[in-house]
Design a protein. Structure first.
Length: 454
């Protein structure tokens, strides 16, 4: 297939007004029937950021994505920008897709479990961008198609068609890869590896599986309403679907800078304002959580140093609590100035898989986890988002997510293990993280896992 072309932009609505249809209504009208479609979602009721919805063709040559030269300084001309591209729109042509964990782990030299998930990308041919700060909507398409596509988008906006609430799903119980006692034993094996000096943090994961839902898009709509997140998304590439309420930005590249915002440290939301505030404060000051977070900050500083200008790597923020509907998270941000000529492939080789999903040192951690987990992670703990022809990148971690294949839906969950970890608390964290995605599927945690949630 030919490489994707830059997309031209056309504003079809200047600002939001009463009666406007929402992004989910637009997606359902314009893209729901496509075999290669995406919705990069700033979140239900978002008041900032952009949502980008679109479709295209399944990319047959992923090396094209790896070859993209990353965005340089703001004063430099965009490599792929269309002649009428709006510089405020964060994407103006390129690819949207995902990278599975095993693709990165194998490239690093770690042993990996067999997986049928491979890097998958959509070469974008048309899209719609929604600016949540003011409600402006921009159509994106090739230069020869932009006027016709803009008319289609305007018609959809003026249709007044509203989507109905997704139908309820008959409840079921998920199957767990590991029982609670087994997971607790694996936590202790992680602590033993740390005591031996083989690692100083390990991100131990497990998974929960249910039958494939009839309508994955309806499941995503339930998920985004229950747990809105600034880097959520729905992607369909062939018969595979990714449904994510991810709160973690893995990598962003723009104007010559690269940054990453690892999450390490979690508490559930409290049932009262007082308990909620107490849990957030507990997370902020917990020695284990702070140690877990700063270890990954240090790892990401090292990763970015391989592609950054020497001396430019900075910790922009450390140990900041971010609050979401289901959890409090401890978040930090590391950035660097990019060296000239760095490609997306170089970035992946330096920083993927993300340290927040491996542990440290990275290669040793992945090797230990391969032995303990005894199964592929697949798309879970990989990343998804867009890689622009102009070299801008925005990728989220595949966490708080559902991966739907031909016959099943899988929810992965895990946590960072340090020497200070308490195994029952680590198992409870897994339950907290998996509960909302499973609920969107109409599924319950197995009883022994559900009993851990406080």
């Amino acid at each position: 297939m030919p490489a994707p072309l830059p997309l031209t932009t056309l504003t079809v609505r200047e600002a939001a007004s009463d009666g406007d249809i929402a992004p989910d209504d637009l997606f359902l009208q314009l893209f729901a029937g496509e075999q290669a479609a995406f919705w990069l979602d700033a979140g239900a009721d978002a008041v900032a950021g952009w949502s980008i919805l679109g479709a295209g063709e399944i990319e047959t040559d992923p090396s094209r994505v790896r070859a993209v030269v990353l965005a340089g300084d703001a004063d430099a001309p965009a490599q792929g920008a269309g002649a009428s591209a709006d510089p405020h729109v964060p994407f103006d042509g390129g690819w949207v897709g995902w990278l599975p964990y095993e693709a990165g782990a194998g490239a690093c030299g770690a042993p990996i479990a067999a997986s049928d998930h491979a890097p998958s990308w959509i070469a974008v041919t048309r899209a719609v961008a929604v600016d949540h700060a003011n409600g402006r909507i921009v159509a994106l398409a090739g230069r020869d198609e932009i006027e016709a596509w803009g008319a289609v988008v305007r018609d959809a906006l003026g249709s007044g068609i509203r989507s109905t609430e997704p139908d309820a799903i008959a409840p079921t119980t998920a199957r767990a890869r590991h029982g609670v006692a087994e997971y607790i034993a694996l936590v202790e094996e992680c602590r033993a590896a740390i005591e031996r000096g083989d690692a100083y943090q390990l991100c131990l994961t497990t998974r929960f599986t249910v039958a494939r839902p009839v309508e994955p898009l309806a499941v995503y709509r339930r998920l985004r309403m229950a747990t809105p997140a600034h880097h959520g998304g729905y992607l369909r590439i062939g018969e595979r679907h990714l449904l994510s309420a991810s709160p973690e930005q893995f990598i962003t590249v723009r104007s010559g800078s690269v940054s990453t915002s690892p999450i390490k440290g979690t508490r559930p939301r409290g049932t009262t304002p007082e308990k909620d505030a107490r849990l957030a404060a507990e997370l902020q000051t917990d020695a284990k959580e702070r140690a877990e977070n700063v270890m990954i900050v240090d790892l990401m500083r090292n990763d970015l140093s391989h592609i950054g200008v020497p001396g430019s790597v900075r910790v922009e923020r450390l140990w900041q609590v971010e609050t979401y509907p289901a959890v409090h998270q401890l978040v930090s941000t590391v950035s660097a100035r990019l060296r000239d000529g760095i490609t997306f492939g170089d970035l992946c080789d330096a920083a993927f898989p993300a340290g927040s999903m491996t542990g440290a040192p990275k290669l040793s951690a992945m090797t230990i986890l391969h032995r303990l987990e005894q199964g592929a992670r697949g798309v879970y703990s990989g990343c998804f988002g867009h890689v622009g022809l102009d070299g801008r990148v925005d990728l989220a971690m595949v966490i708080r997510s559902i991966v739907v294949s031909d016959d099943e839906a899988v929810v992965g969950a895990g946590g960072g293990i340090t020497w200070l970890s308490k195994a029952p608390a680590e198992a409870a964290e897994v339950s907290t993280k998996a509960r909302a995605p499973l609920a969107a599927l109409g599924a319950r945690l197995p009883d022994e896992w559900a009993a851990l949630i406080r």
